[in-house]
Write a protein that binds this ligand. Structure first.
Ligand SMILES: O=P(O)(O)OC[C@H]1O[C@H](OP(=O)(O)OP(=O)(O)O)[C@H](O)[C@@H]1O
Ligand SMILES: O=c1cc[nH]c(=O)[nH]1
Ligand SMILES: [Mg+2]
Length: 207
C-alpha cells in the first residue's frame, strides 16, 4: 500500500510469529516485542540525517557521521513496549507519551494523558504503537503532534490493517508508515485478523 513500508526479514518474521502465537508466555511476548521493535527501529532510522564529524583513527584523521537527535512518542500503553528498542539505538532520544484508550464500543480513541518534549518541532518524530487497526488512535496521535508543532513524523507499528493505513494516509498523506506486517483486515470488533490479539493486554497481563 502507498506510504507503507513492510520490513521483510527472516529474524523479524520469527519475532512476529512469537508475538502472534497463543503459546507465547508473557515474558516471551515482551522479549519478542523488544526484538521486533529493534529491527523496525533500525529500518525506520535508515534515512535519518547525519552530521559529518572529524574523527582521528590510530592512523589518520577522517570524516565520520553522527545521526541527528530524534524524538520518540509512545502511544500508551502498548507503545511502551517499543520505546526501549529505539533508545538502545538512539540513547539520547527525547521521549514523549500520549495516553490513548480505544473505546471498545465505539472504536474511537479517548485520550487521557499527554507529556510532550520540546524537541517535537526540531527533530524527526517517531510515533510508536504496535497495532494500527482502524487507525483512530494513530490518527489522533498524529493530529495532536502536528498541532503541537511536529513537522517530520513517522509512524512505526508491528501489525497494520489496510483500513488503518488508509485512515492515517487520508488524514496525513505524507506520513511514512513502517510495519512488520500488513494483515488481512479488521473483524467486526475492530481487531486485526490474524493479528496478535490485544497488544496492551498481552504486554501488561491485563487480559
Ligand atoms: O487503530 P485503532 O482502532 O485505534 O486501534 C489500535 C489501538 O488499540 C490499542 O490500544 P488500546 O486502546 O487497546 O490501549 P492499550 O494500549 O492501553 O491496551 C493499540 O495499542 C492501539 O493504540
Ligand atoms: O487487533 C487489535 C486491535 C486494536 N488493538 C489491539 O491491541 N489489537
Ligand atoms: Mg489494549
Amino acid at each position: 500500500m502507498e506510504g507503507l513500508r513492510v520490513i521483510e526479514h527472516p529474524v523479524l518474521a520469527r519475532a512476529l510469529t512469537e508475538l502472534r502465537s497463543t503459546d507465547t508466555s508473557r515474558a516471551a511476548f515482551r522479549a519478542a516485542m523488544a526484538e521486533a521493535s529493534e529491527m523496525l527501529a533500525y529500518e525506520a532510522l535508515r534515512d535519518l540525517p547525519v552530521h559529518e564529524v572529524e574523527v582521528q583513527t590510530p592512523l589518520e584523521a577522517t570524516t565520520g557521521a553522527r545521526p541527528e537527535r530524534i524524538t520518540v512518542i509512545a502511544v500508551l500503553r502498548a507503545g511502551l513496549g517499543m520505546v526501549d528498542a529505539f533508545l538502545r539505538l538512539m540513547p539520547d532520544a527525547a521521549v514523549g507519551h500520549l495516553g490513548m484508550r480505544r473505546n471498545e464500543e465505539t472504536l474511537q480513541p479517548e485520550d487521557y494523558y499527554e507529556s510532550l518534549p520540546e524537541s517535537l518541532a526540531s527533530t524527526t518524530v517517531f510515533v510508536v504503537d504496535p497495532m494500527l487497526a482502524t487507525g483512530g488512535s494513530s490518527s489522533a496521535a498524529l493530529r495532536r503532534l502536528r498541532a503541537a508543532g511536529a513537522r517530520d513524523l513517522r509512524l512505526v507499528c508491528l501489525v497494520a490493517a489496510p483500513e488503518g493505513v488508509a485512515a492515517v494516509r487520508e488524514q496525513d498523506p505524507h506520513v511514512p508508515i513502517i510495519a512488520a506486517a500488513l494483515d488481512r483486515g479488521l473483524d467486526e470488533r475492530g481487531y486485526i485478523r490474524p493479528g496478535l490479539g490485544d497488544a496492551g493486554d498481552r504486554l501488561f497481563g491485563t487480559e
